[in-house]
Design a protein around this ligand. Structure first.
Ligand SMILES: C[S@@+](CC[C@H](N)C(=O)[O-])C[C@H]1O[C@@H](n2cnc3c(N)ncnc32)[C@H](O)[C@@H]1O
Length: 368
């Protein structure tokens, strides 16, 4: 067994306050089950103070490069060390922290994730956590090196999940009913691709059926390098302005490896700053959306499940003040998904503010 210690990103502590270490541990526990080679002993995961600074520590068999490549993407991870010598919280210890080189999946500048700031944005670190946990729960975490994965956010807003998926080199599909959100995202991403001088093709235009406009759709193809673009090794991005229950009209069955969505929080915030989730902007002259998050889940989960590839996973987050975990789980199970509800999967609940306590539910589509 070897011992490892990691530092939590300072911004993670700012976002989650006292929940930061427990969320970091829960994410680590879910990711560790997906490590291709090593195994982390779940009982060994602890918070440990070394030299007066808090770390998350754990024991594992020797981690391979493939293992650390996966762990490098933990949403809370700032720096990872192997601990040589006795690890004694009281000191003097004599332990040494040997940095483990990190190769994150990130393919683009991180302003892709941070430039857009708006009321109702899902915090980008939480979005990364939700995507990571969903990926690790699917059958496809081991496929990262061999093929391009795809993510559907059927409530994509202005694209926080889509941008994180793009950052990882995945294809990204989205739907949102709010025309302003889809338009703002289309404007943003086309501007960003231009500013970064990335080779791309992009289009935002109406979708017509029987000469009627049924939606508007953004499509884009781009690559991180000119050579990849020339070789046709491109990432695809597709976003439709449509009700989420209609995703089946725009995305083929079994076309997404992962479905990741942050449900409407069922609350309005008058004074939303950046980074806080959930504030639904007043729509339709100030009315909030008619459907409760749970009704929305019941109506849309079957379409989301159909869009998932067998072996794929779905991860949702929502406000537990407006929907109980058990009820959300029933909606996912009714759509034919296997809800993962044990151990670390029950440890993601955290307070966001006085109106929102957020939780995470992950479910898998049977491999068939
Ligand atoms: C919590 S927000 C998601 C925010 C998004 N993750 C982001 O960071 O921009 C929920 C989103 O669900 C969308 N929504 C609500 N009801 C919908 C429906 N029936 N069909 C499609 N989108 C819907 C809202 O417009 C909103 O953008």
């Amino acid at each position: 067994m070897r011992r490892y210690a990691f530092l939590i990103l300072p911004s993670h502590n700012r976002v989650y306050a006292e929940a930061a270490p427990s969320l970091a541990r829960a994410e680590l526990a879910v990711l560790s089950a997906a490590l291709p080679d090593g195994a982390i002993s779940e009982e060994s995961v602890a918070e440990t103070v070394i030299g007066g600074v808090p770390y998350v520590t754990f024991e594992a068999g020797e981690l391979s490069q493939r293992d650390t490549d996966l762990l490098a993407n933990l949403s809370s991870l700032y720096a990872l060390f192997e601990v040589a010598g006795p690890l004694d919280a009281e000191g003097p210890a004599g332990e040494l922290l040997r940095p483990v080189p990190l190769r994150r999946l990130d393919r683009f500048d991180d302003d892709l994730l941070t430039i857009l700031k708006y009321q109702g944005k899902t915090n980008e670190q939480f979005t990364k956590l939700l995507l990571n946990v969903t990926l690790a729960s699917s059958a496809f975490a081991g496929a990262l090196e061999s093929r391009r994965l795809s993510v559907l956010d059927p409530l994509c807003g202005r694209g926080t999940t889509l941008n994180q998926a793009v950052m990882y080199g995945f294809d990204a599909y989205g739907a949102d009913i709010d025309a302003r959100d889809v338009e703002a995202y289309a404007v943003f991403i086309q501007r960003w691709l231009k500013d970064k001088r990335l080779k791309h093709r992009a289009d935002f235009s109406p979708v017509r059926r029987d000469r009627k406009v049924v939606a508007r759709r953004l499509t884009a193809e781009f690559a991180a390098s000119k050579d990849e673009y020339k070789a046709g090794d491109v990432q695809r991005l597709e976003v439709v302005e449509a009700d989420t229950a209609r995703v089946g009209e725009f995305f083929r069955p079994a076309s997404a490896d992962l479905v990741v969505a942050d449900l409407p929080y069922g609350v309005q915030h008058g004074s939303h700053g950046t980074g806080r989730p959930g504030g639904e902007r007043p729509r339709d002259g100030g009315k909030t959306l008619a459907r409760s998050p749970l009704d929305l889940l019941h109506a849309a989960a079957p379409a989301w499940a159909r869009a998932l590839r067998p072996g794929g996973a779905l991860g949702i987050s929502w406000n537990t003040h407006v929907a109980r975990r058990e009820d959300a789980a029933v909606a996912l199970a009714a759509a034919g998904l296997q809800v993962l509800d044990d151990g670390p999967y029950r440890a993601f609940r955290h307070r966001v503010d006085q109106a929102i306590t957020r939780d995470v539910l992950v479910a898998r589509k049977p491999a068939g």
